[in-house]
Design a protein around this ligand. Structure first.
Ligand SMILES: Cc1cc2nc3c(=O)[nH]c(=O)nc-3n(C[C@H](O)[C@H](O)[C@H](O)COP(=O)(O)O)c2cc1C
Ligand SMILES: CCCCCCC(=O)C(=O)O
Length: 395
């Protein structure tokens, strides 16, 4: 980092050094292929990939008011920088779900990544592994979990479950995930049905209906057992079966007992916005929650995720791992989420655009830029320990 010297020696990542690297490279004429301002990626991706795929990624439920609320909630909080606090030695690493991470960040589960890049989840997972950041693989990935696991070597991986109607498919997914080395299970609660998404409806663009995002299902023995004919003989019937079973609006809190029995590692519930739901998660023996509104893609008119964060932290934050996503675009957003009590954040759309624009290096650029900016924000605000940020850091 320019003007600094020592950063956290354990586990040895100097995120802010990316700033220096970019300047030095620039002086020799080597310019990064992607901008340092990650909010520019959507526009660049749309110009490159067209309105269908980028419309799917960028789109939201209803008129987009929840996505705007996510930004407004983060923007409303302001950092109050403190001076003269010796921030030479900075620690970004955090303990989360029994693992030491080099930074309070994981890549959010994003389905159907092949609409962004042919190497899809494998490229994103490799990027995450290269940067030491957990990769959360979506149930609705374009690539079977076994191939992604192989591609990412020994990188930290968590599996996101769409908790559908068929118990045997769920059981089979969990068996496969365990065999593939996924350590934590992230169960998404906010998508028992697909929301009203005008941008996709107007373009008649839903990847799943084209058989994209169904790879984990089509390769699954339990899913295949439910089909009258093999997938290759009647693909339309397989797609229809997937659409009918991927979500289950009939689930209740009591059903979590089944998952708790089936999975002995950490389980995190994604899509929790109400403190009472966070308490239910604790009662059900869960290990964490992700405060998230799915990036505004499910309920239009919903509370901004950062507005829901303090209530959930107050309810369970001293006993459960509280993670956060929905709207994170900058290092100062990461800072604010941590100051509000999140232990870590999940990064969503920006890495999908990075993937679409430049494959694995594009995702690495996004991770490194976000964390460099976060580290610099910490240092310049007088904070040396990411895990020690509290609401006092905000005005
Ligand atoms: C294209 C797309 C696909 C997604 N697919 C999934 C998914 O398969 N499972 C899931 O739990 N969340 C999924 N999400 C939600 C993300 O995990 C995350 O909650 C959201 O992107 C956060 O909002 P942000 O990207 O605006 O920050 C998806 C989001 C996008 C944009
Ligand atoms: C019909 C399958 C819907 C999966 C939804 C993927 C997702 O979470 C998102 O698009 O958002």
């Amino acid at each position: 980092m320019i003007g600094g010297d020592i950063t956290d020696p354990e586990p040895g990542r100097d995120w802010a050094a990316f700033q220096y690297e970019i300047y030095l490279n620039g002086m020799t004429g080597v310019v990064p292929r992607l901008p340092a301002d990650l909010t520019r990626l959507e526009e660049l991706a749309e110009a490159r990939l067209g309105p269908g795929p980028v419309g799917y990624v960028a789109g939201s439920a209803g008129n987009g008011s929840t996505e705007r609320a996510n930004r407004a909630a983060l923007d409303r909080h302001r950092i109050v920088p403190r001076m003269l606090r010796d921030v030479r030695r900075r620690k970004l690493s955090v303990e989360l779900l029994g693992t030491r991470l080099p930074a309070p960040l994981a890549l959010a589960p994003i389905g159907v990544l092949s609409i962004m890049h042919p190497d899809a989840e494998c490229a994103a997972a490799r990027a995450a592994a290269a940067q030491g950041v957990p990769f959360i693989l979506s149930s609705a990935s374009s690539t079977p979990m076994e191939r992604v696991a192989e591609a990412m070597g020994d990188g930290e991986r968590w599996f996101q479950l769409y908790w559908g109607k068929d118990r045997e498919v769920t059981r089979s997914f969990l068996d496969r995930a365990r065999t593939c080395g996924f350590t934590a299970l992230v169960v998404t609660l906010d998508t028992p049905l697909l929301a009203w998404r005008p941008r996709d409806l107007d373009q008649a663009y839903l990847p799943f209906l084209r058989g994209v995002g169904t790879a984990n299902y089509f390769t699954d023995p339990a899913f295949r057992a439910g089909l009258a004919k093999p997938v290759h003989e009647d693909r339309d019937a397989a797609v229809l079966h997937f659409v009918q079973m991927f979500g289950d609006p009939g689930k209740t809190w009591e059903d979590l007992a089944f998952l708790r029995e089936q999975w002995d590692g950490p389980i995190v519930l994604k899509g929790v916005l109400h403190p009472d739901d966070a308490r239910r998660a604790e009662e059900a023996g869960m290990d964490g929650v992700v405060v998230s509104n799915h990036g505004g893609r499910q309920v239009g008119g919903s509370i901004g995720a950062a507005d829901a964060l303090p209530g959930v932290v107050a309810a369970v934050g001293d006993r459960l791992a509280v993670l956060f996503d929905s709207g994170v675009r900058t290092g100062d957003d990461v800072f604010k989420a941590l100051a509000l009590g999140a232990r870590a954040v999940l990064l969503g759309r920006p890495y999908a655009y990075g993937l679409g624009l430049d494959g694995q290096p594009g995702v690495e650029h996004v991770i490194r830029s976000l964390l460099a900016e976060f580290e610099l924000t910490m240092a310049l605000s007088g904070h040396a320990d990411a895990a020690g940020l509290t609401p006092d850091a905000l005005g």
